[in-house]
Design a protein around this ligand. Structure first.
Ligand code: ADP
Ligand code: MG
Length: 277
């Protein structure tokens, strides 16, 4: 049980009331290029607030690019271009004058390879994002945030007696949950997860899935996965992406996860989710 379940989660740098309404994410006609090569074609998708949306599809169809577009990491890639709208809580994250750092604080990202700072202590790993985001907290508040974030990431019981040990000393699965805790510490509205379990063993994968299930309803999650069972276990909405040798990645079909897996409308979706690809 989470002793902080009813407490406000942290503090919000934008004056956005924390613990307030959940924010959803939506893209309208998002296209993307690397140089002259178009890799995404008019992707429109609503990722409902407080729910888990799974992005599925073969390698190279643009899922990671799409995630990076959502939190303005795409523009850090040389030659990358973009068209369309990304609405966070109805407000375009690419609105002129909007700071990328503010967007990235509200939309956190966890990668396939756990990437904690290996030599930094577990607790400093968790609180490292606060400084980067310019969030000032007292020592007590910081300790509280570290504990809350580790609890929410499902890691507290395993590390509470050794918060000063280096993050790199943890197992791969624990490191991934540490990265989730680090993302949570800055109270994001959205958590993007790019194949978060692909480098993990089945037990660690289960733990991360449990964490996702716990987080559902507290924030909005978008997860890329190649594991069809996982998509069905964790998500409520699912979008199937596909590219061909001469067409950029696009969404073939999106909808409630039960429908995408149980009664897909497009033959290609059916083939993919049933492993005939
Ligand atoms: P997925 O995550 O679905 O496997 P990606 O988003 O990684 O797909 O890649 C989509 C397409 O964009 C691929 O053809 C890939 O080669 C290309 N791509 C990805 N990143 C870059 C980059 N930094 N520069 C040029 N092309 C890239
Ligand atoms: Mg990818």
């Amino acid at each position: 049980p989470d002793p902080y379940a009813d407490q406000p989660y942290g503090q919000d740098a934008d004056g956005h009331p924390d613990g307030g309404p959940l924010a959803g994410l939506e893209t309208r006609e998002v296209s993307a290029w690397f140089g002259s090569r178009k890799v995404l074609e008019r992707v429109s998708l609503a990722m409902p607030a407080g729910e888990v949306t799974a992005l599925i599809g073969p390698s190279g169809c643009g899922k990671s690019t799409y995630l990076r577009i959502l939190n303005r990491m795409h523009e850090m890639v040389r030659g990358a271009a973009l068209a369309g709208e990304v609405l966070l809580d109805g407000d375009d994250v690419y609105r002129p004058g909007r700071r990328p750092a503010e967007v990235r604080r509200r939309i956190g990202m966890v990668f396939q390879r756990p990437n904690p700072f290996p030599a930094m202590s577990i607790q400093d790993n968790v609180s490292s994002g606060l400084k980067l985001a310019g969030i000032k907290v007292s020592k007590e508040e910081r300790q509280h945030l570290v504990e809350t974030s580790l609890r929410r990431a499902g890691l507290w019981d395993e590390v509470s007696t050794r918060l000063h040990t280096p993050g790199g000393a943890l197992s791969g699965g624990q490191q991934q949950r540490l990265c989730i805790a680090r993302s949570l510490a800055v109270s994001p509205d959205i958590l993007l997860m790019d194949e978060p379990c692909s480098a993990l063993d089945p037990t660690s994968t289960r733990r991360v899935e449990e964490t996702i299930a716990e987080l559902r309803g507290r924030l909005t999650i978008v997860i890329v996965t190649h594991n069809m069972q996982q998509a069905q276990r964790v998500s409520q909405t699912c979008a199937f992406f596909l590219a061909t040798h001469d067409t950029p990645g696009r969404i073939v079909e999106a909808g409630p996860t039960g429908q995408i897996f149980g009664s897909p409308r497009d033959q290609r979706t059916s083939d993919y989710v049933n492993g005939r690809f």
